[in-house]
Design a protein. Structure first.
Length: 300
């Protein structure tokens, strides 16, 4: 039992480091993604979005929502990787193998998908605050709100006053629809890529470059698979500042009817750049810090 509990402590600690690495490397691209998803008519592309943001708000505009983004990533990855260990054991029971048996890439993908459902509960509130801060300037420019909240606390206070605690879970169904299938592709893509680079060797022997590429590939698989769902989620969470939003299906149908299917892919380019860089950093930090902690524990 000591090994199992230590493993989960390691997973939680290393996920914190990985989540921090993820935000530091990817926040400007994530900001561009949210802006382009919610206000596609304002920007012609990623370069236009970066230029306009810098001119209107300055460099700090790229890091709006960094604090909730850090909280979101650390909380999500801590719960995700901790539950990933539990879900791997559940998958082992389902398929009827010993708890020490290594799972296949497909079985690891299923475990990651199960784990993401738990992570959604901590991710949705923090991501709502992050998205609202990132798109606050556009909400004011478009006239949807008169005065924006420019700090984390003011956004949190505004949600409490307007909708109560449940207000933080606007877009929960959309987040679940994104996370559960998305993390199947995330962990599946990561494990398949590691298998490819290992070429019969142990995956634990892989160096930093294969780990970076494998993490980047896993992140890319996630976003390609679920990007339209994420676009709908961002709109629900941001535009609900101006009043009640329809649910997932209502928002999805409205976007397709009024703006066309391609509107669901607004901001895909910065997302893919961010996904590759940030998730490469995430898994590199995760794997190396996990190995370091395991060595320290073994020494005792």
């Amino acid at each position: 039992s000591r090994g199992f509990s230590c493993d989960n402590l390691q997973l939680t600690s290393t996920a914190c480091l990985g989540g921090t690495a993820c935000v530091v490397t990817g926040q400007p691209f994530d900001t561009a993604k949210v802006k382009m998803q919610t206000f596609p008519d304002m920007y012609k592309g990623i370069v236009d979005c970066f230029v306009k943001t810098y001119k209107q708000v300055g460099f700090r505009g790229f890091y709006k929502g960094t604090t909730p983004a850090l909280v979101a990533n650390i909380a999500e990855n801590s719960v995700l990787f901790m539950c990933y260990g539990f879900c791997q054991q559940i998958v082992r029971r389902i398929v009827g193998v010993d708890r020490k048996t290594k799972l296949s890439d497909l079985q690891n993908a299923a475990a990651g998908s199960f784990a993401s459902a738990f992570a959604t509960l901590v991710l949705c509130p923090t991501e709502l605050v992050k998205c609202r801060l990132q798109a606050m300037h556009e909400m004011q420019l478009s006239g949807k709100i008169i005065q924006g909240h420019n700090t984390v606390w003011s956004v949190v206070k505004g949600v409490f006053q307007k909708d109560g605690p449940l207000g933080f879970y606007r877009g929960l169904s959309s987040t679940l629809l994104r996370e559960v299938p998305g993390y199947f592709f995330f962990f599946g893509g990561y494990e398949l890529s590691r298998t490819f680079f290992a070429s019969g060797r142990s995956k634990d022997e892989l160096g930093p470059i294969p780990l970076l590429l494998s993490g980047g590939f896993g992140g890319s698989c996630l976003w390609i698979a679920v990007y339209p769902v994420d676009c709908v989620k961002s709109r629900i969470q941001v535009l609900s500042m101006a009043g009640k939003q329809t649910g997932f299906m209502g928002t999805f149908i409205t976007v397709v009817r009024t703006e066309g299917v391609l509107a669901l892919y607004s901001g895909l380019k910065p997302t893919m750049i961010r996904a590759f860089l940030a998730n490469g950093a995430l898994f590199l930090a995760y794997e190396y810090s996990r190995k370091l902690m395991m060595k320290q524990i073994d020494a005792y």
